[in-house]
Design a protein. Structure first.
Length: 243
């Protein structure tokens, strides 16, 4: 609990979490407002449409998560942290836990805010009546939390803010989609890309669900497993090299 408290204090005494949280809320809720206002009457019938901006909000959260660790490496404060807590893995796990919990909260507020605004703006019934509809909204926070774990792991591995953030943004916004262009095998590989699988968790009740290799629960487990494996690798690497 002491480590968690320390990491919480370190995180919230900087401005980046506050700015990133505000930007995430503005992006996710803003896209919901744009789509709700622009969609023709009678066509905004899917609750999931209110969450169109979650991908862009997720990238902001990942930037926040990466900065939470790369900033310490940049200014050398990570050495002080490791001197105070010789168990490096415990210190980094505490940081990861705090960032993941913050990302979860931001994701839930953004998702339900976007859904609430769309419900107010649209005449269609956007009530959360089914489990799939609840997942498409409430599941955003889980995806944000796991994405932040991935971002922290990348930050630990790369240690430089510019490199970690560039890699995360390029991968999430471009690389997975470009993989589809690979002849013959591109579509099969794309089906197993982690962020595509996470998106399938949120939209798993759609027409493509029957062709998906994993169920909604399986998609969440796969994404969580990917985040866990990457985190374990980063902790092992951090434990073996100089700070």
């Amino acid at each position: 609990m002491t480590l968690l408290a320390v990491e919480r204090i370190k995180l919230f005494t900087t401005r980046s979490p506050w700015w990133c949280a505000l930007i995430t809320l503005a992006v996710v809720i803003g896209f919901a407002a744009i789509f709700a206002g622009a969609a023709p009457s009678g066509e905004f019938t899917d609750v999931g449409m209110s969450q169109f901006g979650y991908v862009f909000g997720m990238t902001v959260v990942m930037v926040l998560a990466a900065l939470s660790v790369t900033t310490e490496y940049r200014f050398g404060t990570i050495r002080t942290t490791f001197q105070a807590v010789p168990n490096r893995r415990a210190a980094l796990l505490a940081k990861t836990g705090v960032v993941a919990m913050l990302s979860l909260v931001i994701g839930e507020i953004a998702a339900f805010g976007a859904w609430a605004l769309a419900s107010i703006m649209r005449p269609e019934d956007l009530a959360l009546n089914t489990g799939a509809e609840w997942i498409s909204v409430a599941g955003v926070g889980l995806v944000f939390a796991l994405a932040s774990v991935i971002a922290v792991a990348v930050g630990i591995l790369i240690r430089q803010s510019a490199g970690a953030i560039s890699l995360l943004l390029i991968y999430t916004l471009a690389v997975e989609n470009l993989i589809q262009l690979i002849p013959k095998i591109g579509k099969d590989i794309y089906d197993w890309m982690p962020f595509h699988v996470a998106d399938r968790f949120l939209t798993g009740s759609g027409p493509a669900a029957a062709e998906a290799p994993l169920s909604q629960a399986g998609s969440l487990a796969y994404f969580a497993g990917f985040a866990l494996v990457l985190l374990v690798i980063s902790l092992v690497v951090a434990d073996k090299r100089d700070a």
